[in-house]
Design a protein around this ligand. Sequence first.
Ligand code: NAP
Length: 330
Amino acid sequence: MRYLSAGTDPKTIRISRIGLGAWQFGSREWGYGQSYAEQEARAIVRRAVELGVTLFDTAEIYGFGRSERILGEAIGEDRESVFLATKLFPLLPVAPVVEQRAVASANRLGVRRLDLYQVHQPNPVVRDGTIMRGMRALQRVGLVSEIGVSNYSLDRWRAAEQALGSRVLSNQVRYNLVDRSPEYDLLPFAESTDHIVIAYSPLAQGLLSGKYDRDNRPTNRLRAANPMFLPENLDRAGELIAALREVADAHSATPAQIALAWVIHRPAVVAIPGASSVGQLESNVAAADIDLTEDEYQALHAAAARFDPVTGPAVVPHLLRARFSKGGPS
Ligand SMILES: NC(=O)c1ccc[n+]([C@@H]2O[C@H](COP(=O)([O-])OP(=O)(O)OC[C@H]3O[C@@H](n4cnc5c(N)ncnc54)[C@H](OP(=O)(O)O)[C@@H]3O)[C@@H](O)[C@H]2O)c1
């Protein structure tokens, strides 16, 4: 495993370049079922700890608290060797509510300190000054170590930092070979100022593993509603998957591993793939040690730039057709 040490005290902040996303734990939208929530999720976390993963990401909204409970219970006595991140869903985020919600998250996780407390998404109405007052109080009493945001533009990330009056360490955003928008401004900012971009959906929810095509589409509700898994878009992704396979063959790796290695090729990025099995987790962790050559990196970039999925309002008829066609996802 490789680590990123951000900021002033590298000893206390050791963040694995590949972390583990825990949205899957106990949340209905992924549809992994009861035995996953009760057994597999725990096994995934235990194996992740064994393999040196320190970054674990959850949110109060995942499974309405269930993900935090599962994760906290599974980490157990290893609490001091991990970097635990959770998120506040910013509904009515006035300072006292922010503080109460952090306490509730810490209780569900079974910890006395949240290593990273993130605002899950920008509130369109309430400005960050209000939220950050609560965050500052949480830092002052030691319940929260670092503050982060998620799904923030660069301007709003900076404004949040100004409102906090100190570092807002990270911005958690979608970053993968299908969505490279953070490259325009978030990555250059993070790289030049000692901040971190936490890449979510680094595998584009499994699309980049190459195991899905129009005859084998994921069957859960979440991905049935994701336009990337439309038969048309799975067809169009073929060239990108082929490029991943070619690089993967050269490294005796899998397309999913190469997709992750590509994401963390940039220095200020850590990725938090979810996993539906211990085997996937092991494979994802191993991707941290893959070094892509510059040629490989650029070839993947070029293949990604040629990928032209159906997006926007044009997807609606496709989604309806896929929903009602025989054998479509349920
Ligand atoms: N801040 C936010 O707004 C936000 C939004 C989304 C996600 N997140 C965070 O980011 C984490 C990851 O994002 P995500 O879950 O959306 O997408 P992801 O990590 O890109 O995809 C995860 C899925 O890909 C498949 N997969 C994982 N490893 C694989 C491997 N080695 N080989 C083949 N398939 C593999 C699994 O699904 P199957 O096996 O079922 O195919 C798994 O559930 C979440 O758990 C959550 O913590 C945050």
